[in-house]
Design a protein around this ligand. Structure first.
Ligand SMILES: [Ca+2]
Length: 351
């Protein structure tokens, strides 16, 4: 098994030291897991001051930052498998589905998943958004079939509000106004339409997460919760409300470090996931202005995701449960924005 060096990030933010735990053994801490898809460790709290990520930075300032989290492969599905099972697994995006099919047939075929373990120990477990590979955790053509669970026995509720994107597959790559990816070459690589957070899928995901936080804490019967919230951006396509792109107007980005293709045998690749979108026939490896545009739109998506983190944390405080909740924020693998002439993941360089 090859250990890759894709850099991911993880913050663990213990919001309090849980002083009453020994006196009241029944009062177990809640856990709030925030997953952000395709997030680079390119944040102000990692020293990149041109990125506007105040909510994540505030978590990092009060918690502990981990900047070497290793997964078995820098793909969404494999890295989520590693986090959610604590084990190495297949390298592809179907990793959890393969496991799920076996668990559905024989519950003892694997040890419990991370959420299943909490569930077996008296926690209410809820997933909203992209936590496992498929947002909402179901298979089938549109990723919405109850009969094909990605993580059997793990969640009390495994949710994805698709809204105008119709189904979880549509929400995964959704752009504004319910645009769904069909032929990727007809979908714009980036976009910044004016409007509220809910014109892109993460706004709706976090609306649902806030409702679940209320539901898990209203009339609380001392049952602790494990709530996982999966934010899809900055995953491609880079679409976020225009107000987040405006944050980068006039902001100069630093040069791309080591922007040339490495020589010799490496895991370099041609950035296929990125290049298949409509790029207006421009290539960031040969067009510096376009490279800067791409980086600004990625940054806008990071700031949009950061704002969604802020909404969840604010509501956690409003529920009164913040002092008894452990918050973990996790990026599933790194991403290259032109380093080594790569625009994407799926490579083993440190970014
Ligand atoms: Ca990912």
């Amino acid at each position: 098994m090859q250990r890759n060096s894709a850099l991911s990030l993880m913050f663990i933010f213990a919001m309090a030291l849980l002083p009453n735990l020994e006196a009241d053994a029944a009062k177990k801490p809640n856990v709030l897991l925030l997953c952000i898809d395709d997030l680079r460790p390119e944040l102000a709290c990692f020293g990149k001051s041109y990125i506007k990520s105040p909510n994540i930075d505030a978590l990092a300032a009060r918690g502990r930052a981990f900047n070497r989290h290793y997964v078995q492969a820098p793909t969404c599905g494999a890295s989520r498998y590693a986090l959610l099972t604590g084990t190495y697994g297949p390298s592809g995006n179907g990793a959890l589905f393969d496991r799920g099919a076996k668990v559905s047939k024989n519950a003892d075929s694997y040890p419990p998943s991370f959420p299943a373990w909490f569930r077996q120990n008296g926690y209410a477990t809820v997933s909203v958004g992209k936590v496992s590979h498929h947002p909402g955790g179901r298979g089938g053509k549109d990723w919405d079939q109850d009969s094909i669970p990605e993580m059997p026995l793990s969640w009390d509720r495994h949710l994805l509000p698709a809204g105008p994107w119709q189904h979880p597959r549509g929400a995964m790559h959704g752009l504004a106004n319910g645009e769904i990816r069909g032929d990727a070459s007809k979908m714009d690589l980036f976009q910044a339409v004016e409007g509220p957070d809910s014109i892109y899928p993460d706004g709706l995901i976090v609306d649902e997460a806030l409702s679940q936080l209320d539901l898990l804490t209203e009339g609380k019967d001392d049952k602790p919760f494990f709530l996982a919230v999966g934010i899809i951006r900055p995953h491609l396509p880079f679409g976020a409300p225009k107000k987040y792109l405006d944050l980068y107007e006039g902001v100069e980005l630093p040069p791309i470090p080591h922007p040339t293709k490495p020589v010799g045998k490496t895991t370099w690749h041609g950035s296929g996931e990125f290049m298949k979108y409509n790029r207006w026939k421009r290539n960031p490896n040969s067009d510096a202005d376009f490279a800067t545009e791409v980086r600004r739109h990625y940054a806008a998506c990071v700031s949009y995701a950061d704002a969604q983190v802020g909404r969840v944390i604010e509501r956690l405080h409003a529920t009164g449960e913040a002092d008894n909740t452990i918050v973990v924020l996790w990026g599933d693998h790194g991403w290259h924005l032109g380093e080594h002439a790569i625009w994407g993941k799926h490579a083993l360089f440190e970014e």
